[in-house]
Design a protein around this ligand. Structure first.
Ligand code: ZN
Length: 241
């Protein structure tokens, strides 16, 4: 059966002499691995569609759970993300989340739309750390592991101050905190609340310094890596930014 789907290339790996496997995040099928035959030949016309962050209308042959590339029409390249190392790593955080922490063959249209908007914001010169934070908060929510920022994970009460309670895997108030807790800066928490669910095109209105955005991303990093999974490109981004 032949299918067409809008998809974003997350990464590609060489296979045999002239082939590649392209990992796509697609609108209709979620994450899928696609066999691209002969794509490494000099004469291959479809080379572009294995480039990381290529967004296209992919035409695929689908037999069982296997997909083979037939054709592709590029919709947007996002290629210039590579011209700025911070924007590039921000995009890598997004790609890593999709590649490593979503299930294959599970369509999640909300996540597809989030991804596209986040990548578009990155090429449109919106503050890359704010875009990353905005994406991660949405990603956690879609994955069912939202970072709860408005009340204590243990007693459910609102508090003036919170810590990241590693034992409980969330933000706790001073009364509930366990021994294994990390301080959270109120400004980092405030920026998380501010960005949570905001339209990407409104991110330009957020006035948060680099330091506060880094604090907030650090909070996300510690939160997710302690209880769920570690996003390697996020730790790289935090070193670079
Ligand atoms: Zn509490």
């Amino acid at each position: 059966m032949d299918i067409t789907t809008k998809a974003i290339a997350l990464k590609a790996t060489d296979y045999k002499e002239n082939d590649k496997f392209i990992l796509l995040y697609s609108l209709e099928y979620g994450k899928i691995s696609v066999h691209a035959k002969g794509i490494r030949k000099n004469s291959a016309k479809l080379k572009f569609c294995a480039d990381q962050f290529c967004f296209g209308q992919y035409e695929l042959a689908n037999i069982g759970e296997r997909f083979t590339l037939k054709s592709c029409e590029q919709l947007e390249s996002f290629y210039n993300l590579r011209e700025d190392v911070v924007r590039y790593y921000a995009a890598c955080v997004i790609a890593e989340c999709l590649a490593n922490f979503t299930e294959e063959n599970q369509s999640e249209p909300n996540l597809f739309v989030e991804t596209l908007k986040a990548l578009q914001s990155l090429v449109n010169d919106i503050e890359p750390l704010a875009v990353t934070l905005r994406f991660l908060l949405a990603f956690f929510k879609i994955q069912g592991i939202a970072l709860q920022t408005d009340c204590c994970i243990s007693c459910g009460e609102q508090s003036k101050r919170y810590v990241l309670d590693l034992q409980r895997g969330g933000l706790a108030c001073d009364n509930c905190r366990s021994a294994e807790s990390i301080a959270v800066s109120p400004r980092a928490l405030a920026v998380c609340k501010m960005l949570d669910g905001i339209e990407y095109n409104k991110l330009t209105r957020i006035s948060a310094t680099n330091e506060i955005l880094k604090d907030a991303l650090n909070l996300c990093y510690k939160y997710v890596s302690h209880s769920y999974f570690s996003i390697k490109s996020l730790s790289e981004l935090l070193k670079l930014a």
